[in-house]
Design a protein around this ligand. Structure first.
Ligand code: ADP
Length: 396
């Protein structure tokens, strides 16, 4: 491109510079060393609401609010005598004042023109009002957000306290109800025996075969209810607020004992129990015994009649300081959609079998009270693998 095409030879450099200054987007003001305005551009008029004619000859401090206004002359003097610069050649964020008195933030960059022993100063001003507004909105949004987080946290804490309270009430209720239900149930059972005796004494015979059957059904129902109540009582005794008794438990020895206790059952189904090396863990011996017992009794109860029962007990270390204990069987297994629910109170996946559905709820509570977790998966042979974690040390 030639100079001709650019058009630069049609314009005087001075005129070009004047046009640049006049049309610059940011206000530009030139003052002398007394602070008197020599000239200003159109952007200055727009931003400050003065005409250039108004400004020329006035002290530039008219465009500043206090305390900048009073300090300005002193500042210029100090600079001219000591050379100490606070804005000149540096630039700073300060406040400015419009003709209508409103104050707003600006970025001010001042440069010096030294000529023939005198100085002039050029100030280029950038309006920061919009940036300040956006910053204020951001701060307000942040504060609003923090307030909401505070509120939500408070609500959450309140509902957790409420939940803990209603849990305690429920525990208390379960305990009292199951405890108090024991006596009337005993009365029902004794009542049936007394009726039988009474019939013997009065008529010389007890229940006839038909009523005997009804009595037996009633006794079976009473026994089932007794089992449920016993289970509920053990469950509520494992109150979460009390820590398990402190001690260490040799899992291998405990598992050996439980297996020995169940040897008759196991022999009956031709069971093979494989115990690998098991660790000693911190915990409450009675509770851990109950845990192993419930899991091994279930493996026996839910075995597959078509094949000899195989049970294996294994332990592995996890990366987060726990032992992972797994008890696998080759029994009838559990439907995937029932796997989580079988740990709930009274939840049963195979209703045709004896039981009241509390064993696994008790296991879960024991494991959680020891700081671990329990779950069940399907084994490779279609049976169940119950796994639980337990910390390797007290502080684990
Ligand atoms: P219960 O045995 O008295 O029914 P549990 O709480 O011990 O109660 O077990 C809940 C349910 O989980 C059982 O009813 C059964 O359906 C299922 N279950 C537990 N252990 C096994 C297992 N080893 N194999 C298959 N199903 C099991």
């Amino acid at each position: 491109m030639t100079d001709d095409e650019r058009g630069v030879d049609q314009v005087e450099p001075t005129e070009l510079w004047q046009a640049v200054l006049r049309t610059a987007v940011d206000p530009i003001i030139v003052i002398d060393q007394d602070g008197v305005v020599l000239t200003a551009n159109e952007a200055t008029e727009r931003l400050f609401g003065y005409t250039t004619d108004d400004l020329i000859g006035r002290n530039v401090s008219a465009l500043m609010p206090e305390p900048y206004r009073s300090a300005h002359d002193g500042y210029l003097d100090r600079y001219l005598t000591t050379g100490e610069a606070r804005i000149i050649g540096i630039g700073r964020e300060v406040e400015a004042r419009r003709a209508d008195g409103t104050v707003f933030p600006i970025a001010l960059a001042v440069s010096e023109i030294a000529w023939n022993g005198r100085s002039w100063f050029t100030g280029i001003i950038h309006d920061l009002s919009e940036r300040q507004m956006v910053e204020a909105q951001l701060v307000a949004a942040k504060e609003g957000l923090e307030e909401r987080v505070r509120q939500r946290t408070a609500e959450l804490e309140a509902s957790m306290t409420e939940l803990a309270r209603s849990n305690r009430d429920l525990e208390q209720f379960a305990y009292i109800a199951s405890h108090d239900l024991q006596a009337p149930l005993r009365n029902v059972r004794q009542g049936l025996e007394l009726i039988d005796e009474h019939l013997q004494e009065t008529f010389g015979h007890g229940f006839d075969p038909e009523t005997t059957e009804l009595r037996d059904l009633t006794v079976a129902a009473v026994e089932r209810m007794e089992q449920m109540i016993d289970g509920l009582l053990s469950y509520s005794r494992l109150d979460r607020s009390q820590r398990p008794a402190e001690g260490t438990v040799d899992l291998r020895e405990l598992a050996d004992q439980v297996v020995r206790q169940m040897s008759l059952d196991f022999t009956e189904v031709d069971a093979r129990v494989e115990l690998s090396e098991l660790p000693t863990v911190p915990g409450d011996e009675l509770q851990i015994r109950q845990l192993l017992q419930n899991l091994l009794e279930n493996a026996y109860k839910y075995h597959d009649h078509d094949q000899p029962l195989e049970i294996s007990l294994q332990a592995t270390e996890t990366d987060d300081g726990m032992w992972l204990i797994s008890i696998g069987d080759n029994g009838i297994g559990i439907d995937p959609d029932q796997r989580e629910r079988v740990f709930e109170l009274f939840r049963r996946a195979h209703p045709g079998y004896d039981g009241v559905g509390l064993g696994l709820a008790i296991c879960k509570r024991i494991v959680e009270r020891h700081g671990g977790d329990i779950w069940v998966e399907t084994g490779q042979n279609g049976g169940s693998v119950f796994s639980f974690t337990i910390p390797r040390s007290d502080d684990g």
